[in-house]
Design a binder for this molecule. Structure first.
Ligand code: HEC
Ligand code: HEC
Ligand code: HEC
Ligand code: HEC
Length: 154
């Protein structure tokens, strides 16, 4: 037996390392993988609860248009018809869903940065998308000196 152990040392050492590695792997795996993982396939069911517990940040434009008829009409008549209110105004659930929206009045967008976020000329954009080299196009003036943000053609 002793002879056998001495002769197979080169096999036993890697085997011990392999088993130790496996042990560490299993310990780490149990520590980090959520308990219910796998109940619905490759997914952690507890994530549903975590997501549900988050507060809503976007109200959705269906809400905005209920109260802001003037802006809704202007937008519907122009090229921004398909740009969501909150794409420019940011997430406004705290305003739109409040008992008193005027107590949570959103700040107006920062026009100096807002428009060029979508319209700055960039070769990667589709050719048909209206784009300008903003510095040359506006000559430094704010975009809304000439364009109405809700219907930019005007
Ligand atoms: C329940 C009605 C209601 C809803 C829904 C609502 N608002 Fe308002 N909003 C108001 C009221 C009231 C004011 C304050 C008006 C005032 O004091 O001049 C206001 C003010 C604003 C202002 C500031 C206007 C200014 O002159 O400074 C912006 C911008 C705005 N709302 C955008 C939105 C957006 C975007 C949404 C959708 C996410 C939205 N609102 C949903 C009622 C509403
Ligand atoms: C393309 C960007 C953009 C979109 C889309 C947009 N807004 Fe605005 N909105 C602006 C900007 C910029 C201003 C500020 C104008 C200024 O400072 O004169 C503004 C101003 C407002 C104001 C203040 C009053 C006014 O008319 O200046 C309200 C209220 C408002 N928006 C509501 C809405 C609602 C509701 C929608 C969706 C139906 C919407 N906006 C969609 C950019 C946008
Ligand atoms: C979230 C992206 C987004 C932002 C921000 C945005 N736009 Fe637009 N804009 C669009 C889209 C989408 C169209 C329609 C493109 C099309 O028709 O193919 C458009 C169209 C336009 C047009 C073309 C109008 C026409 O009649 O041909 C102008 C001008 C314009 N926007 C100006 C502005 C100005 C000024 C601002 C800032 C107040 C602004 N946009 C902010 C997405 C945006
Ligand atoms: C001095 C007035 C003025 C200012 C300021 C201005 N524009 Fe314009 N813009 C125009 C006029 C006029 C047109 C239509 C004629 C043309 O296509 O040049 C236009 C057209 C556009 C178009 C459509 C281009 C196309 O290919 O269809 C976009 C997009 C646009 N502007 C975005 C902006 C943005 C973004 C700003 C702010 C950085 C801005 N504009 C500032 C006057 C202005």
């Amino acid at each position: 037996m002793r002879q056998f152990l001495r002769d197979s040392g080169h096999l036993i050492r890697p085997a011990v390392i392999l088993l130790a590695g496996l042990g560490i792997f299993l310990a780490v795996r149990t520590a980090f993988i959520p308990k219910a993982f796998g109940e619905y396939g490759h997914y952690d069911p507890a994530a549903l609860e975590r997501i549900r517990a988050r507060s809503v940040s976007y109200a959705g434009q269906d809400q905005c248009v209920l109260c802001h008829d003037e802006q809704a009409k202007a937008r519907a008549a122009g090229k921004h018809a398909h740009v969501a209110c909150e794409a420019c105004h940011g997430p406004q659930a705290s305003h739109a869903l409040a008992d008193d929206p005027s107590a949570h009045k959103p700040p107006l967008p920062d026009v100096a940065n807002l428009c060029r976020r979508c319209h700055e000329k960039d070769a990667a954009k589709p050719k048909g998308f209206p784009q300008v080299v903003t510095a040359e196009h506006s000559g430094g003036a704010l975009c809304n000196t000439c364009h109405q943000p809700h219907n930019p053609h005007l």
